[in-house]
Design a protein. Structure first.
Length: 453
């Protein structure tokens, strides 16, 4: 997602720099990938994201069923429609360069260069900092828009968040801050739209069989699992199917299987270039939907609860982003699955009736049991261990929420802020082999060649 967004930014920059001729003035484009973006770039589909972005596609709206065909055609013809409007010679095999080295500023870096018809060159280096967020060389990681926003209740730590509550719950504080940007109606509709995309993704993943792309020959499992859980019955439409899911969760074992199944479904979709909600990253995109669906189908859920779940979970993710990282290239898998699990745990605890202190305790418990988790995907593909790991993160989140709901938060020895600091210290200590480079762990134990989309 980061390389996609960075490339989109670069195209807009070229449009501005080129003057009246716009993108017609662009004669050539070259993309250099460094560090983790390069080392796991093929497996992560970084080149595919760059190609689609150069073509003017947006990850929110592009037709994911056409990705494979589009990319193959560009590779074969060595031409693409830059920004959707300028036919340009572009050979991905030569003009997207995977470098062995890293740039000193950040482990996830890319430099884009465009040659213009008047002989000038436009060049920018971007850093992908996790979750689709991108910073630009020379901006110090801050906003390049210059916009300064003052929130009524700044939340820079768990303690500060709790300090604002005073009788209000965690979601209310987040909503108050969000109102700086948009109305209540826009907040609710925006979050429900995200939920709707998650729901469609789980449904699609539970109805798609076959082998995942990339050469690892991993079979998709969610569809077969869902089919078994529903005893082979078929249902017309997404609502009828999810109603059947709710009715089929009669035992603990069935509910547990559904949670695993939802997480597998999302990450199988992610691994096959389907549309997922980045939460907080694409590799960890299955945890939050799976836990939300657990709440929606197997608890006393409400629409308000789903909205509040996302408000609380989102703020927890932001705390990790501020105090540590949500990038596996910076902190290993604790920064992806660990953070998503902590986000989901807090969201679930909140909607199950936990106090603010208990909800943050849930996030702390979930992260505590992901500390030190490394990132070592086989072949750099976001498949093994990533897909199953989302199921594990979801189950841990549910367990953490349930422990916290019945727990005494005042007696807890470790606070959310403590565990965020610890996660960051662990990230700094972690050997770079385990930070999304595919140079250690399972990636070395099970060597595999990656095939192109
Ligand atoms: S191992 Fe974890 S952090 Fe690494 S790619 Fe897979 S899900 Fe992401």
């Amino acid at each position: 997602m980061g390389p996609w967004r960075a490339t989109q930014r670069f195209i807009e920059l070229c449009r501005r720099e080129a003057g009246p001729g716009g993108l017609d003035a662009v004669q050539s484009v070259r993309v250099d990938l460094f560090g983790s973006l390069s080392k796991t770039g093929r497996g992560h589909g970084t080149d595919i994201a760059v190609i689609l972005a150069l073509r003017g596609e947006d990850p929110v709206t592009c037709d994911t069923t056409l990705i494979e065909h589009t990319v193959r055609s560009i590779r074969e013809r060595r031409m693409l429609m830059l920004g959707g409007c300028r036919l340009l010679a572009f050979d991905p095999a030569r003009q997207i360069v995977f470098h062995d080295r890293s740039l000193p500023e950040h482990p996830n870096a890319m430099t884009l260069t465009a040659g213009l018809s008047d002989g000038r060159e436009v060049q920018r280096t971007y850093y992908s900092i996790g979750g689709g967020f991108v910073t630009e060389e020379g901006t110090g990681g801050g906003s390049s828009s210059g916009l300064v926003v003052v929130h009524p209740y700044p939340v820079g730590s768990g303690e500060q968040w709790l300090g604002h509550c005073g009788g209000r719950d965690l979601a209310m504080i987040v909503r108050e801050n969000e109102r700086v940007w948009r109305s209540d109606d826009e907040i609710d509709q925006g979050l429900l739209q995200i939920w709707s995309v998650m729901r469609e993704c789980m449904h699609r993943g539970c109805h798609s069989a076959g082998v995942l792309p990339g050469g690892l020959n991993v079979s998709r499992r969610a569809a077969a699992m869902a089919d078994r859980l529903l005893s082979g019955a078929t249902y017309e439409g997404i609502d009828a199917w999810f109603n059947a899911v709710r009715d089929s969760g009669a035992s603990f074992r069935q509910v547990l299987k559904w949670v695993s199944c939802f997480a597998l479904a999302v990450n199988e979709e992610n691994a096959s270039f389907g549309r997922v909600v980045t939460a907080p990253t694409n590799g960890a995109a299955g945890v939050i939907p799976a836990v939300m669906m657990y709440y929606d189908r197997f608890c006393q859920s409400t629409q308000r609860g789903l909205i509040d779940f996302m408000l609380v979970a989102g703020q927890v993710g932001s705390l990790f982003k501020q105090g540590a990282t949500i990038s596996a290239a910076m902190g290993g898998c604790q920064a992806e699955i660990g953070v998503s699990s902590a986000m989901a745990a807090a969201g679930l605890a909140h909607v199950l009736g936990a106090s603010p202190e208990q909800s943050l305790m849930a996030a702390e418990i979930a992260m505590e049991h992901h500390l030190g988790m490394t990132c070592d995907p086989i072949g750099g593909l976001v498949q093994v261990p990533c897909i199953e790991r989302n199921s594990m993160g979801a189950v841990k989140a549910i367990t953490a929420a349930n422990i916290a709901v019945d727990g005494d938060a005042k007696a807890a020895r470790v606070s959310l802020d403590d565990v965020i600091r610890t996660m960051w210290a662990t990230a700094l200590d972690m050997n770079s082999k385990y930070k999304e480079t595919a140079e250690g762990g399972l990636a070395v134990a099970i060597p595999v060649g990656v095939s192109e989309c």
